[in-house]
Design a protein around this ligand. Structure first.
Ligand SMILES: Cc1cc2nc3c(=O)[nH]c(=O)nc-3n(C[C@H](O)[C@H](O)[C@H](O)COP(=O)(O)OP(=O)(O)OC[C@H]3O[C@@H](n4cnc5c(N)ncnc54)[C@H](O)[C@@H]3O)c2cc1C
Length: 482
């Protein structure tokens, strides 16, 4: 991204081969495709061929009400752009995804693409498809990191494999030199702190203040593992509520990436592994244990250093906010004409970042407010956590007005989770006040002829789903060897 926005700059990536990358984080949001890959000109087919990528239409959240059911949180689409508020009757029982094209496509294993009739020989294969909405990807994180490093090197980025042993600050407070463990000395005008959970610059060097989000998001440990997979590839990431937290399942070509996320004060790893064994019918071997602390730095940009990715903070894996927020941060930074850094730009960016993270934390918190109550983790969740103000405001009877107004006024670099997202998760966790829908119907005069409208909408969605490609067919078209 830096190479794209600063074509003349000398860019060096220093990475400690002994530390390695975190190696999880395989589910994304459409921002990864449209605000990163498309911006820097990396084709989707390259990830399909070289990083095991698959297509993602939606998040699917299972058993968060303790009854085994699932609900979908779709991305924006052009067929049912409002996940069809006009069609869901305010007094009808909640039926997940009934009027959502991405959710229906997920159930049928279809992507939101249909094949175009005309196809130019030799063109990017994605151009042979016609998209009915935005989409995200799943990928093998280790293979993707190698691929991105190779592309960066081809574009003139220097790659140094060594540990940064020390950062030398000059009289202004700026980092002027990096001392590497192998004896090299690098000069620096500007430093992106991408040191992951090591948080070497913004955290350890500058010791900037931390915003603790664990009062709202209590999970703090993850056990990632892989499961071989040969059946049809789902078109969604799944989060499944478990006894002591939740389990992610992310399909990439040839395997599922999974991980149990839990609150280490409520259960230990052995208890979670026993539950996983029950679920998979065989012992599960986690690749490692990852401890994290939900929160973020209040000033991720200090002097000539800015933290991006895990180095700037982390909520938890639910809803795949991390890569998205890293991409959003980079776009926001370059929009501010970095590296011409004055205090005004830093203050504005740091304020924007805090709002971004807070909005993300609010939305993730909402997921835990379903009806599951079978273990102390779920029974005491509401007592152990503080409900963020943003959640209270969003769930208020006039919440839809707040959210709708928000969407319209977002502009620029949008803040996350629009009205349709809140509605999907509030509906799926039985927190949607049906009066909200009633107000919406009254406001827009939707009562007349609603049955006919519903029938027409159902048929329209089915017609679109029918035209869309099967996931495997789409991946093959993009060059996968399945
Ligand atoms: C359990 C878990 C699940 C997650 N799931 C998702 C998900 O589904 N979707 C999503 O969007 N995000 C997810 N994330 C976040 C995601 O993993 C990260 O956003 C993403 O992988 C990017 O990581 P990073 O580059 O910030 O850090 P890392 O991948 O950890 O990279 C850090 C780099 O810094 C280098 N380094 C560290 N210290 C030094 C030093 N002193 N000198 C030189 N180099 C150094 C390391 O060698 C490494 O290359 C998850 C995170 C966790 C913990």
């Amino acid at each position: 991204m830096a190479r794209h926005f600063l074509p003349e700059a000398q860019i060096t990536v220093v990475e400690d081969p002994a530390a390695g990358i975190v190696g999880v984080g395989e589910g994304t949001t459409p921002h990864f495709v449209h605000h990163f890959l498309d911006v820097v000109g990396i084709p989707v087919w390259l990830l399909v061929r070289e990083a095991g990528a698959t297509i993602k239409n939606c998040f699917r959240h299972t058993d968060w009400n303790g009854d085994g059911t699932s609900y979908h949180h779709p991305f924006d689409d052009v067929v049912t752009p409002n996940t069809n508020l006009e069609s869901v009757h305010p007094e009808a029982p909640w039926r997940d995804g009934e009027f959502s094209f991405p959710a229906r496509a997920c159930e049928r294993g279809r992507v939101l693409f249909e094949a175009r009739l005309e196809h130019e020989e030799g063109a990017d294969p994605i151009r042979s498809l016609h998209a009915h909405g935005v989409f995200a990807l799943h990928f093998d994180a280790v293979r993707l990191a190698e691929l991105l490093a190779r592309v960066a090197e081809e574009r003139g980025v220097r790659r140094v494999r060594a540990r940064v042993a020390a950062f030398n600050r000059g009289p202004t407070g700026n980092v002027e030199h990096l001392f590497l463990e192998d004896g090299q000395l690098l000069d620096s005008d500007f430093v992106f702190d991408c040191t992951g959970l090591a948080r070497a610059v913004i955290g350890k060097l500058y010791e900037t203040p931390w915003h603790d989000a664990s009062t709202a998001l209590p999970c703090d440990r993850a056990l990632p593992f892989f499961v071989e997979h040969s059946g049809p590839l789902p078109v969604y990431s799944e989060s499944r509520a478990m006894r002591h937290g939740w389990l992610w399942t992310i399909p990439v070509q040839g395997r599922l990436g999974c991980g149990y996320v839990f609150d280490s004060r409520m259960a230990d790893a052995d208890t979670c592994l026993a539950e996983l064994q029950e679920r998979f019918g065989t012992a599960v071997r986690p690749v490692r244990t990852i401890d994290f602390s939900p929160g973020w730095f209040r000033r991720p940009w200090v002097h000539n250093c800015v933290a991006v990715g895990l180095a700037s903070g982390f909520l938890e894996p639910l809803e795949a906010t991390s890569i998205w927020f890293a991409v959003a941060s980079l776009n926001e930074l370059f929009r501010r004409e970095l590296p011409i850094a004055d205090e005004h730009a830093r203050t504005a960016f740091n304020g924007w970042f805090g709002t971004l993270m807070q909005r993300g934390a609010d939305f993730v918190h909402l997921h835990y407010l379903g009806r599951r109550r079978d273990t102390p983790f779920w029974q005491t969740f509401r007592d152990r956590t503080q409900r963020p103000e943003g959640v209270t405001a969003a769930l208020a009877p006039d919440g839809w007005r707040n959210w709708a107004g928000d969407d319209a006024g977002r502009g620029g670099n949008p803040l996350p989770f629009a009205y349709t997202s809140w509605r999907a998760v509030a509906g799926g966790t039985y927190n949607l006040d049906r009066r909200v829908l009633a107000q919406y119907w009254d406001y827009f005069g939707l009562h007349a002829g609603w049955e006919a409208r519903q029938a027409a909408e159902r048929a329209r969605i089915e017609r679109f789903v029918e035209r869309c490609l099967d996931h495997e067919a789409c991946l093959r078209r993009l060059g996968a060897r399945l």
